[in-house]
Design a protein around this ligand. Structure first.
Ligand code: G4P
Length: 519
């Protein structure tokens, strides 16, 4: 098969949601479609809450080291599907955000009983900033949830994206009858524990369900929607301006098959990516890719690290020689792995959209470009994501100052944690988006650099960057702390939302920049 056909087959995406919305349940159903697992309940031991996806991950978790995204891939109806996991819960970290730089589309799961929740908003903003197409699945229709129209309104208002319902639920919870599939022009009947059935709309007049008052109400509602709602536009979907919305239940499962089939058909294959030189097409003949995540100590015996690389062009072949664009050094990619649900298989070849694990002897940084050929370029730098929690850090033993500095420097470079310096005190403050990052940091400082660190929380903060010519240290104190980031840019760590609003009121002339709002 030629390069172009290989690329066209690939669908690389992540599922984003707030904890408990049903991401694991949905992932499990998709893996069943891909024949990767044989029965439900394999991904997550339901009662124990343990992840069976990979035992080594569980081990790493107990050791307090980085447990982060895994990648699952399978063949489905002629496509090669790559699902990247975005860890939530206590495992939420910058890696969760960075994973989104390696996908071509995203599935957003919303719990119909709860509507949009905090973690979804954060992940959504990253997708929106990057123009990643977003497909929405509104889950738990088997329960009494919010009205569909209310849910769509909320998505449009809170997330500021146009919605287009691909299907429309007929009832909910105990009164749930099924969905009217607008896109495929059929009715999908909910049969409780039995399998769902499909009836073309043209044959619906023969079905007694049409006599049901709820069905009639829904048909009327849909008519209104057809008249007043937005038109479906695949172009707008691909630009990240419109999200197709599907209703269903991941657990039943109901509406999952039609959702996934439509998603696979509409989701984009790998596209061109920006670099320092030119835009590189996935069909560009030379291999290239970038590292979006580095996972340390996957194997405790060897203390090795695995760099996760997203292939962006050409063909990867095991054992090939590549150039590390940042240093110009040549490297042989001998030890590589592909991540399949429960094992780490050796990968022989890979194409744009695929994720491979590359053995890292300590030479890589997050954002690094690896490539073959004479033309050397680098993929766009990965963005810095605003941390939310901050801690002052010092070495327990002052005699270890040298290792302390070296350890922090390397872990910061690797992207495990973000470092800020107090101004003018120069104290060290580390920022993270999730608690796990601190645990990983402490653990690795001790194990790899033999330094015990002391962390003193300064709480959750709201970071806002300042323009260089607007920095006036007199305006800030312990409450609203002035600090510098790695690039020597100034930012303020506001104590809370109230303090931030107070400041904006008092100093309307000082421009405060929110990284999440920047394009
Ligand atoms: P997450 O990965 O997003 O955190 O969510 P997960 O799939 O673990 O689902 C969270 C809970 O919601 C689970 O129940 C799961 O069974 C339930 N759930 C998922 N999809 C649906 C759905 O379509 N309908 C209904 N009614 N429930 C759904 P749990 O009680 O927390 O755990 P368990 O003991 O069932 O595993």
């Amino acid at each position: 098969m030629g390069l172009q056909e290989e690329v066209k087959k690939r669908k690389t995406f992540a599922i984003i949601s707030h904890p408990d919305a049903g991401k694991t349940t949905m992932t499990e159903k998709l893996l069943l479609f891909g024949n990767l697992i044989r029965s439900a309940g394999t991904v997550k031991g339901k009662k124990s809450g343990k992840f069976a996806t990979s035992d080594w991950m569980e081990i790493e978790k107990q050791r307090g080291i980085s447990v982060t995204s895994s990648v699952m891939n399978f063949e489905y109806k002629g496509h090669k599907v790559n699902i990247l996991d975005t860890p939530g819960h206590e495992d939420f970290s910058e890696d969760t955000y960075r994973t989104l730089t390696a996908v071509d589309s995203v599935v957003m799961i919303i719990d119909a009983t709860k509507g949009i929740e905090a973690q979804t908003i954060k992940l959504f903003k990253v997708c929106k900033m990057r123009g990643i197409p977003i497909f929405t699945f509104i889950n738990k229709l088997d329960r009494e949830g919010r009205e569909p129209l209310e849910l769509l309104d909320q998505i449009e208002e809170v997330l500021n994206i146009e919605t287009y319902p691909m299907n429309w639920p007929v009832g909910m919870g105990k009164r749930f009858l099924g969905i009217l599939d607008r896109y495929q022009d059929q009715f999908i009947k909910f049969n409780g524990n039995e399998e769902e059935s499909y009836i073309p709309m043209s044959e619906m007049d023969q079905d007694e369900i049409t006599q049901h008052p709820t069905y009639q109400e829904t048909v009327d509602e849909l008519e209104l929607l057809n008249e007043a709602g937005d038109q479906f536009s695949i172009d707008r979907v691909l630009e990240g301006e419109q999200t197709p919305v599907f209703f269903g239940s991941a657990l039943a499962p109901f509406g999952v098959q039609t959702f996934f089939d439509t998603f696979i058909e509409l989701a984009p294959a790998p596209g061109p990516r920006r670099t320092t030189e030119e835009v590189i097409s996935p069909n560009y003949p030379d291999f290239s890719g970038f590292i979006f995540k580095i996972q340390a100590n996957m194997n405790p015996q060897h203390r090795d690290r695995i760099a996760f690389l997203r292939v962006c062009s050409g063909k990867f072949e095991r054992g090939m020689n590549v150039t590390l664009a940042r240093t110009g050094k040549s490297i042989r990619l001998g030890q590589t792995q592909q991540f399949v649900a429960s094992s780490r298989d050796t990968v022989q070849e890979a194409y744009a959209g695929d994720i491979i694990g590359v053995y890292d002897p300590g030479s890589y940084r997050i954002g690094d470009t690896l490539l073959e050929g004479k033309n050397v370029f680098q993929y766009d730098e990965l963005p810095q994501f605003p941390p939310e929690m901050f801690q002052r850090v010092t070495a327990k033993n002052v005699m270890k100052a040298k290792q302390f500095r070296k350890g922090i420097e390397q872990l910061v470079q690797e992207g495990a944690i973000q470092l800020f310096r107090g101004y003018p005190t120069d104290s060290m403050i580390i920022g993270a988006v999730g608690q796990l990052q601190y645990e990983v940091f402490q653990h690795r400082m001790k194990n790899e650099y033999n330094v015990e660190v002391m962390l003193e929380s300064i709480g959750d903060r709201i970071p806002r960057w300042l323009k260089k010519d607007q920095v006036d240290p007199k305006l800030f104190d312990e409450r609203n702390l002035l600090v510098k980031d790695r690039e020597e840019d100034f930012l303020v760590l506001f104590k809370n939302d109230f303090a931030l609003r107070w400041f904006v009121d008092k100093h309307p002339d000082v421009e405060l920049i929110d990284l999440f709002e920047v394009n």
